[in-house]
Ligand binder design. Structure first.
Ligand SMILES: [Zn+2]
Ligand SMILES: [Zn+2]
Length: 658
């Protein structure tokens, strides 16, 4: 009888190792089994097979072999093991990331009646094939053979047409491809462009699918019925063989990093798969992240630029409105120049996109007598006032409660709403431009499977004059009648304690500006800010993203921030503050004792000290070798005292340090 090295589905760090069991002859790597584990019977995943029994250990046989096919292809087993090394996650977390649990369930327990493959619907619009312009042609020519290509193309330069042509070429050779897009950009419009050109060859994978839909799409890829996986972050694990191309569109987007275990970045997983398949990896963006830009400058990536819009439209004119000079009245948000521009656009029969990256009606509720701000009972964050429906909401943990009518501390009955959000801006636009038809798009209006799509469809067909919303409106929308983009609170986010703050704000400003003037009329962008002297706005005005990156490179180099060093973060959380702090201090002390030369920052309370009733502490490791940092964290996690009172999380290359 052969022996299997099995990953046992038991979510404890001490169980994060391979256990050996006897298996029947026909069982190979990647199969699911049921194993005895202490007093329990648990599911296990076969990682490898050997013929020699381990020395000095009594080996038990597996209880049952589950299903009758391989669940994890060899590539996915290797990928899971690589993820454990890089991300300091457990084997179980990695195995469950590379093949979704709903697919595992389906493969080990096939349904009696076969379900038909369900299609994922786009808008059903006809698709026009455009001839590629010279810039697009040379971009396409660069996408051959192994290696990474950074495609830096301004908004509206026609990157999607290039991806489509590259995918068609790869599929025509009998190979397969993966195209990743950010969650909010995977609109029905985007799906249509691919399905219209490639039809049944496209499988779509994103988080709004039902379990049955996801399983059907996944199986279509695995069984060779579909050759292109189009999807969001986790589509990078699409079960495709013979990959010829991987594209990551809007590669700078923060949704490519998973914020729960395993905390992987789709760009890194894509690089691993591309190397294994010796295929091309394309990273596309108008605003690439600094890490990718530096890699391209250093010659590790090929660097292709598209400086002009596809149909030679000019980039929009970007102007800054200094709110210290143009103060809106009272609690209003719209300055006179922005309002006037909206009026003109409305009269011309054209459309406006208005970005305000803050949802709700008022930012917080404050007592004017004692100064107290109403906080979430579970988080160290103020509650946001909503009007539809009227309630207070925590944007971190989802806590909801009725709007208070008196101060809990001093009893004052005159609580005051401060600040604003998209709900309030919506009312202001309706009130000041009564003839305008306004749509609001934020997390509160896009609930359900079709909310997002319905709003976009209505706007696309001219059913509204103004589309206002959070950063959802900044990404990927391509509507030719949009000639004005307004940004309310353009300086918002510049002062959060994160070294990537300026990079993120500028990316968002450039992306939303790119929605203007994509059709026959020129575009105009008005950004309102109080911190009007911030250099970020000069770069935005001049469309000089590269100039920004060049000065940002110098700053990061001087301060030894990524990509000139790598970071690893350990987060400790739990309900008892003292316990959390002690655990973080002990872990940090252990690391410093074992690795006296490592650069350790902290430990300290996280900037967001409490989320969902859990206190949070963290520390950061800084170093040149990311694998070394991961190993230190993994060892620290192994030796930490097991306590049910605290939870630990390792985050390699963290994208947020809040
Ligand atoms: Zn009070
Ligand atoms: Zn909360």
């Amino acid at each position: 009888m052969p022996y299997a090295q099995v990953v046992v589905d038991f979510p404890q760090r001490w169980a994060d190792q391979l256990f050996t069991y006897e298996v029947p002859e026909e069982v190979g790597p990647g199969r699911a089994v049921l194993v005895p584990f202490g007093q329990r019977q648990l599911r296990g995943y076969v990682a490898s097979i050997s013929l020699e029994p381990p020395a000095d250990v009594v080996v038990k046989p597996v209880l049952e072999v589950l299903g009758d096919e391989q669940v994890w292809p060899f590539e996915m087993i290797e990928l899971a093991s690589w993820m454990c090394d890089l991300y300091a996650c457990t084997l179980v977390d990695a195995f469950q990331a590379v093949v979704p649990p709903t697919v595992v369930r389906r493969l080990i327990k096939p349904p009696k009646a076969r379900k038909r493959k369900k299609g994922v619907q786009g808008l059903g619009e006809s698709v026009v094939r455009h001839d590629l312009n010279p810039a697009q042609c040379s971009a396409l020519e660069s996408m051959v053979g192994p290696g990474t290509v950074l495609l830096e193309g301004v908004t509206g330069s026609g990157k999607t047409e290039v991806y489509l042509a590259a995918v068609e070429r790869v599929l025509a050779r009998g190979q397969t491809a993966i195209v990743l897009v950010p969650e909010v950009s995977l609109t029905p419009q985007a799906i249509d462009r691919y399905q219209g050109r490639l039809g049944e060859q496209v499988a779509v994978l994103h988080s709004r699918l039902t379990d049955a839909e996801r399983t059907a799409q996944w199986l279509a890829l695995r069984r060779g019925q579909a050759q292109l996986a189009l999807g969001t972050r986790s589509a990078i694990f699409a079960p495709l063989e013979n990959l010829g191309l991987i594209v990551i569109d809007e590669e700078h987007d923060s949704s490519y990093k998973q914020d729960s275990a395993p905390r992987y970045h789709a760009r890194q997983v894509a690089a691993w798969r591309a190397q294994r398949h010796r295929c091309t990896l394309v990273l596309g963006s108008a605003t690439p992240c600094l890490e990718s830009f530096v890699a391209a400058r250093a010659g590790r990536y090929a660097h292709v630029t598209m400086r002009d819009r596809a149909a030679q439209q000019a980039l929009p004119k970007v102007e800054l409105i200094d709110l210290r000079r143009h103060r809106p009245r009272g609690r209003d948000d719209l300055s006179a120049p922005l309002l006037a521009a909206m009026q003109t656009t409305l009269e011309a029969g054209q459309q406006t996109v208005l970005l305000y990256n803050r949802r709700g009606f008022a930012r917080y509720l404050q007592c004017p007598d004692c100064g107290k701000v109403v906080h979430c009972p579970h988080c160290s964050i103020s509650l946001t006032v909503h009007r539809r429906p009227p309630e207070l909401q925590c944007h971190y943990c989802g806590h909801r409660q009725p709007i208070l009518d008196s101060c809990r501390d001093c009893g004052s009955v005159s609580l005051r709403e401060c600040g604003s959000g998209t709900e309030k801006l919506f009312e202001e636009v309706q009130q000041k431009l009564p003839s305008a038809r306004v749509l609001r798009m934020d997390r509160d209006t896009t609930g359900g499977a079709t909310g997002h799509a319905d709003i976009l469809r209505e706007f696309a067909h001219g059913g509204a004059d103004v589309l206002l919303g959070t950063q959802m409106v900044s990404k990927g929308l391509d509507f030719p009648s949009v000639t004005l983009v307004g940004v309310v609170g353009a300086d918002q986010g510049l002062h959060v304690p994160d070294f990537r703050a300026s990079e993120r704000v500028l990316q968002m400003l450039i992306q939303v500006a790119g929605r203007a003037g994509r059709g026959q009329w020129p575009g105009r962008v008005l950004m309102q800010a109080r911190d009007a002297e911030n250099p970020v706005f000069d770069y935005a005005r001049r469309h000089d993203y590269v100039g920004f990156l060049e000065q940002e490179m110098e700053m990061r180099k001087a301060l030894l921030y990524p990509p000139y060093a790598r970071l690893a973060r350990l987060i400790v959380s739990g309900e008892e503050e003292g316990e959390v702090e002690n655990s973080a201090r002990q872990a940090a002390a252990w690391v410093l004792e074992k690795y006296p030369r490592i650069l350790l920052l902290g430990p300290s309370a996280c900037p967001l000290e409490k989320i969902q009733g859990n206190y949070r502490w963290h520390f950061l490791l800084k170093g040149k070798q990311v694998k070394e940092l991961a190993e230190i964290l993994r060892n620290a996690l192994r030796q930490c005292k097991r306590s049910s009172k605290v939870r630990w999380a390792a985050d390699i290359d963290p994208q947020s340090i809040l």
